[in-house]
Ligand binder design. Sequence first.
Ligand code: 6PG
Length: 242
Amino acid sequence: MLLHIFATPDEVLDRLAQYFVGQASQAIADHGRFSVALSGGNSPKKLYELLASPAYRNKVAWAQVYFFFGDERNVPPTDADSNYRMANLALLEPLQITPSQVFAVDTSLPPAEAARAYTQTIQAFFAPGEARFDLVLLGLGDNSHTASLFPHTPVLHDASAGAREVFVEEKQAYRITLTAPLINQAQAVAFLVYGADKATAVYHILHDARNVDEFPAQLIAPAGELHWFLDDAAASLVTKGQ
Ligand code: 6PG
């Protein structure tokens, strides 16, 4: 695991954008395409805008990039809460990404069906091999959830590599999430976490005793690389030397 800690969120975002470019170039050179699962919420919006900006937009062969979602809220793609909508406005539309390169969760289906359909979509994309994303981007909630792997939910103990529906009590809403085993099959996983409100959660994940029901992001231990991109505020409770 590698920690990349910088003073400001802008420095963190720029370093992660550089990492994204490097991973994309490496994957495309190696096997002709780059498959990335995007994270949702607020933190990554600026990353997506940066990647679509003049500073980065010409550094990736976007026609060979395939976009998935680490999780999705059970809302239409036009809803303000939709992770797809956020990524589409910040990244996909500005880059004029061809729709056939984007694999969104079909939230027009009931949650369990949407999860099953998404699992099939992912498996078909990677067939006949194992579903192995080149990169999974993740955020971290202040309650230590990641993707929609929320504390004390059954999906935390799902041993299958796929997408599952999860009812989130605190949100009183369903979500669809990649399971930890599927995320852990990835070539690389990168957390993007900034802000003092995340410091305690970061401590729980990186330093606290193992307790995945309380701290679900502890489940993330990919076969490949694991990177944390943090600002000083979010990393304030962890030792830099780790
Ligand atoms: C989501 C995300 C979720 C997010 C964390 C942090 O759909 O909300 O996938 O896991 O990464 O909740 O969200 P913020 O970046 O908004 O703090």
